[in-house]
Structure formats: structure tokens, C-alpha cells
Design a protein around this ligand. Structure first.
Ligand SMILES: *Cc1c(COP(=O)(O)O)cnc(C)c1O
Length: 334
């Protein structure tokens, strides 16, 4: 039997309909700005998120890096969560490639950084300090929707202090579907937003960065510098456009599947299930349960990641029947 792959929502296969859209895509050389499918995608995602312009990039990592480098100069710094993707999971790219100093700060259980902590870490204009230029937030964070009141307050603080704001919205549409708040409203308080097509939306490759026309012009130059100027990229952009058209509302199914998985694991001794808000479920194991558990589950046909804290991610290629089967396997092996 085919394993149930709950390691990540990046493992999805393009559907036959998506592949058909890719095969039919009109393409051109996007470095010359000639690819109609890329241009259409960029216009669509900019409009969906209420910004002037967008840039199609190969990965979310490159999208965030283009944003950080477009907001910050060499010797500037950005305020970011200690566990945020743009700080912890991107190879230190902002520092290595952008000469941008991160100012990581602790996050609360809901993913927020305390306003007092943000304010206390904005450096005065003094030759001793890096120039604090940017606040970077993430939504969803660990599958949780960042509270909208918090986003309003944090971005207002940033603006008052003269900082730009960036949202790593790799799973922005999960946040929108789970909260009922339109994506455009989630994006509104930010100067720039990055979204991934290759996660829950089910495209094989690609992310987009959105912002003002002037900001995206700077990011466009950086994308070229970082090696992200792709040629007949419309084949990929067509998959992303297809995903925006067909795969947003269905994220609710992934969220329901994550909840069903959580409910199915209730009542196991030494197993603590964090109630999922979107498509990511964390399960904490008592130490005596943890040894070799990922390998045992793999042997039984369920793939996940983690150690004491297992992570299960639902997506397009996991059905409710798969979830029922996964529950049975997990109840036997946890
Ligand atoms: C996946 C992800 C990214 C970027 O991922 P790539 O693998 O580079 O496309 C950025 N931020 C968050 C929160 C992510 O989950």
C-alpha cells in the first residue's frame, strides 16, 4: 500500500488538470518580461493581495531573501521571531548574502513577538548600532493563525517607529481559509508579503513576492542577482495560477483532516495532541515513547517528521480515508 505522506504539504503531486494547464501554458523569456503566463500570475496574485506588483520566484526562501534585501541595506537589521522561517530555516541568507543583521526575539505560544520586546529592540540612531529597518512576521506560524489584532498592533508600532514590514505568508491562504479573514485583509498591514504555491496550494514549484511597484522593481534586480531569473517559467506559473483558481477553498478539507487526525489520537497515554488550527498537527510524546517512533511509523506506512514532537501535515494528496488509516496505524504504534 502507498505510504500516507504527512511529512509536509510540499510533497504533493501536480494533479492531471494542473499538468494539463502547464502543458498548455503560453511561454516566453521571462528575463525579457516576455512570458505571458508569468505576467498573468503576477498580476493575479498582486490583485488578490491588494498590492501594486508581484514577482514570481522559484522558492519561498528566495522570495523572503529578495524582500529582506529590498527593504534593508548592508548594515541594517530586521526584527524577527527566534523560530521564524526567515531567521532560522533559511541558511542565514540575510546575513550571508545580504549583510543584514537579524535581531531574533522570543515568540509567544501563538507565534507573536511581544510589542514591548519589539519596541525595546529598535535601536536608536547611534553609530554603535545597526540601523533597525524592518519587522518580519510569519502567518501561519507552526500552523497557527497569527491573531489579527496583534498584527494590527505590531505593524502600527513598526510604522510609528519608521520600520518597514514584511509578512512571510508561505501559508497565508491557510490562514485566510481557517480564520475567514480574506487574504487581502491579512496582507493589508504589510509593505510586502511572500506566499508559496508549492505548499498547500499544490503547485510543484514557486512563490510570489508582492508589494509596491517600486519595491518589486528592487526585488526584481535582486532576484536576478540571486540566480532566480528564469526563462520560460510560464510552465510553472501556469501551475501556480491553476492552484490559485482551484486549490484555495479546498484547504478547508486539509484543515478538517488535521482535526480528524487530532481527534483520532485522543486518549492515548503519553501522547499530547495540540489542537490544530490549519493543516499542521503537532503531537508531543512522553520520552519513553519517542525512541525510533518515526521509523516504526514509516514501516507501518505513515510518514511524519519529528522526535519528541511529531509533526503531521495534511494536504491535497491525503484523503479522509487516508486519515482514518493513519489514525489506526498511530493508535497501534504510539
Ligand atoms: C516553506 C516555507 C518557506 C519557504 O520555503 P521554500 O522551501 O524555500 O519554498 C518560507 N516560510 C515558511 C513559513 C515556510 O513554511
Amino acid at each position: 500500500m502507498k505510504p500516507i505522506d504527512l511529512r509536509s504539504d510540499t510533497v504533493t503531486q501536480p494533479t492531471p488538470a494542473m499538468r494539463a494547464a502547464m502543458a498548455a501554458a503560453e511561454v516566453g523569456d521571462d528575463v525579457f518580461g516576455d512570458d505571458p503566463s508569468v505576467n498573468a500570475l503576477q498580476e493575479r496574485i498582486a490583485a488578490m493581495l491588494g498590492k501594486e506588483a508581484a514577482l514570481f520566484v522559484p522558492t519561498g526562501t528566495q522570495s523572503n531573501l529578495c524582500a529582506l534585501m529590498a527593504h534593508c541595506q548592508r548594515g541594517d537589521e530586521y526584527i524577527v521571531g527566534q523560530m521564524a522561517h526567515t531567521y532560522r530555516w533559511e541558511g542565514g541568507g540575510a546575513a550571508v548574502l545580504g549583510s543584514i543583521q537579524p535581531q531574533p526575539l522570543p515568540q509567544q505560544a501563538d507565534g507573536s513577538i511581544r510589542l514591548e520586546d519589539i519596541e525595546a529592540n529598535i535601536k536608536p540612531d547611534d553609530a554603535h548600532f545597526a540601523r533597525t529597518r524592518l519587522l518580519a512576521l510569519e502567518n501561519t506560524w507552526g500552523g497557527q493563525v497569527l491573531p489579527s489584532g496583534y498584527i494590527e498592533a505590531a505593524t502600527a508600532l513598526a510604522r510609528r517607529k519608521g520600520l518597514a514590514t514584511h509578512l512571510d505568508g508561505a501559508r497565508l491562504f491557510n490562514a485566510a481559509v481557517a480564520s475567514g479573514m480574506p487574504a487581502i485583509d491579512i496582507a493589508r498591514p504589510f509593505d510586502s508579503v511572500s506566499v508559496c504555491f508549492s505548499k498547500g496550494l499544490g503547485a510543484p514549484v514557486g512563490s510570489a513576492l508582492v508589494g509596491s511597484r517600486e519595491f518589486i522593481a528592487r526585488a526584481h534586480r535582486l532576484r536576478k542577482m540571486l540566480g532566480g531569473g528564469m526563462r520560460q517559467a510560464g510552465v510553472l506559473a501556469a501551475a501556480a495560477s491553476f492552484a490559485l483558481e482551484h486549490h484555495i477553498e479546498r484547504l478547508a478539507e486539509d484543515h478538517a483532516n488535521a482535526r480528524a487526525l487530532a481527534e483520532g489520537l485522543q486518549g492515548l497515554r503519553g501522547v499530547t495532541v495540540q489542537p490544530p488550527q490549519t493543516n499542521i498537527l503537532f503531537v508531543d510524546l512522553a520520552p519513553e515513547k519517542a525512541a525510533g517512533v518515526v521509523e516504526r511509523l514509516r514501516g507501518a506506512g505513515v510518514l511524519c517528521t519529528g522526535l519528541y514532537r511529531l509533526r503531521f501535515v495534511t494536504h491535497l494528496d491525503v484523503s479522509s480515508a487516508d486519515i482514518a488509516r493513519a489514525v489506526a496505524v498511530l493508535r497501534q504504534h504510539l
